[in-house]
Design a protein around this ligand. Structure first.
Ligand code: F0G
Length: 360
């Protein structure tokens, strides 16, 4: 039986997760996010394709990280941890801080100084995490966190922790439960590469459990200035406006490569301009506002439909009526600086002035 929606992913998918009777579940009601049909993206693909946007920005801390964090923090508590630690480009730290607060655990977040979107930093502060900024990038932060985890003082809740991956695979379960089977393609942004790994695992487990008959092709998108998997080499100084995926040496690199190979998928790149254009387009055309990293698969879908741009995966000849899912991973409000607010001048407070200002 499916547990009440809103009860969280552990209640809903308990049989697929590493929990037992001794696990005290730490949840904020994550998961059960909307799978929104997009008529305009469907039109762009053509051939009767149905494109859906999985809006993960509607999780409790406004990103997909909460699916993994409920499992990671519940298990850390079960194992007697008192102190959690993570490196982050922002969303993992927001999520870890919230679930740690809920579990009454201490939470330390190690962040690249000056590189975290304002909303995400605000969340870590509000949830009461102890914040350490380093002179370095995310990859440096993760190296430090791994080392401190090895010394035994902290439980690491980055996606190198298998409990995080286990929780994140529930996004694939929800997609199949809603569509009735796996989609033909699943597009998503790739940073540290945990999510593509997790979703692929989820699709595989659902086939084994006979809840679906097939698996999708996994298509991951990296930002052009932070594309180690695409280029097959570490990027020492990753740069992109999509700060969430500004990562040069992903922890789950090999597993993500395996997911792409096994699924007959692909890794491609999108430029910052394409990312920002897709972010604006999705908000203005479908009413879905996402942070820049989350717009990467939307930019990617558009690229894959345009054979003149040499996409690694072409959707021009897609099987008619195929279902395509794009995961949009985080809410647009997390990164207010990514959208330029035009100058808005005040007019006198009367209806005629308001109308006049609209004519200008
Ligand atoms: N989208 C968003 C909004 C993210 O925050 C991240 C990763 C990704 C996509 C990429 O997912 O790492 O599993 O490939 N954010 C991490 C963080 C690195 O620290 O919040 P991935």
């Amino acid at each position: 039986m499916i547990a009440a929606r809103g009860a969280g992913v552990i209640a809903r998918y308990r049989a697929f997760l590493p929990v037992n009777d001794a696990t005290r579940v730490v949840t904020l009601g994550e998961g059960n996010t909307p799978l929104i049909y997009s008529p305009r993206l469907s039109e762009i693909v053509g051939r009767g394709a149905r494109v859906f946007v999985k809006y993960e920005g509607l999780n409790p801390t406004c990103s997909f990280k909460d699916r993994g964090m409920t499992v990671a923090v519940s298990k850390a508590l079960e194992h007697g941890a008192r102190h959690l630690i993570c490196a982050s480009t922002g969303n993992t730290s927001a999520s870890a801080a919230a679930y740690a607060a809920r579990a009454k655990l201490d939470c330390v977040v190690v962040l690249p100084a000056g590189k975290i979107a304002a909303g995400k930093l605000l969340q870590a502060v509000a949830y009461g995490a102890r914040i350490v900024a380093i002179d370095g990038n995310f990859d440096d932060a993760l190296r430090i966190v791994r080392e401190l985890g090895r010394r035994g003082d902290f439980a690491v809740v980055n996606s190198i922790n298998p409990d995080r991956i286990a929780g994140q695979k529930t996004a694939a379960f929800e997609i199949v439960d809603e569509l009735g089977d796996a989609p033909a393609y699943h597009l998503l942004p790739v940073g540290n590469a945990g999510n593509i790994t997790a979703c692929w695992a989820g699709y595989g487990e659902y086939v084994s459990a006979r809840k679906s008959t097939r698996t999708p092709r996994m298509i991951g998108f990296q930002a052009a200035g932070a594309a180690p998997i695409f280029h097959r080499r570490v990027v020492e100084k990753p740069e992109t406006v999509a700060s969430a995926i500004r990562i040069g040496n992903p922890a789950s690199w090999e597993r993500a490569t395996r997911a792409v190979e096994e699924s007959r998928g692909a890794i491609d790149i999108v430029t910052d301009d394409e990312i920002l254009a897709a972010q604006r387009w999705l908000a203005a055309n479908e009413g879905i506002f996402v942070e820049p990293a989350s717009a990467a698969p939307i930019a990617g879908l558009i690229k894959c439909c345009d054979s003149s741009r040499n996409p690694v995966c072409s959707l021009a000849q897609i099987e008619p009526e195929s279902a395509i899912v794009c995961t949009v991973t985080g809410h647009g409000l997390k990164d207010p600086d990514a959208v330029r607010i035009p100058e808005i001048r005040a007019v006198s407070a009367n209806p005629d002035e308001v109308l006049r200002s609209l004519e200008r």
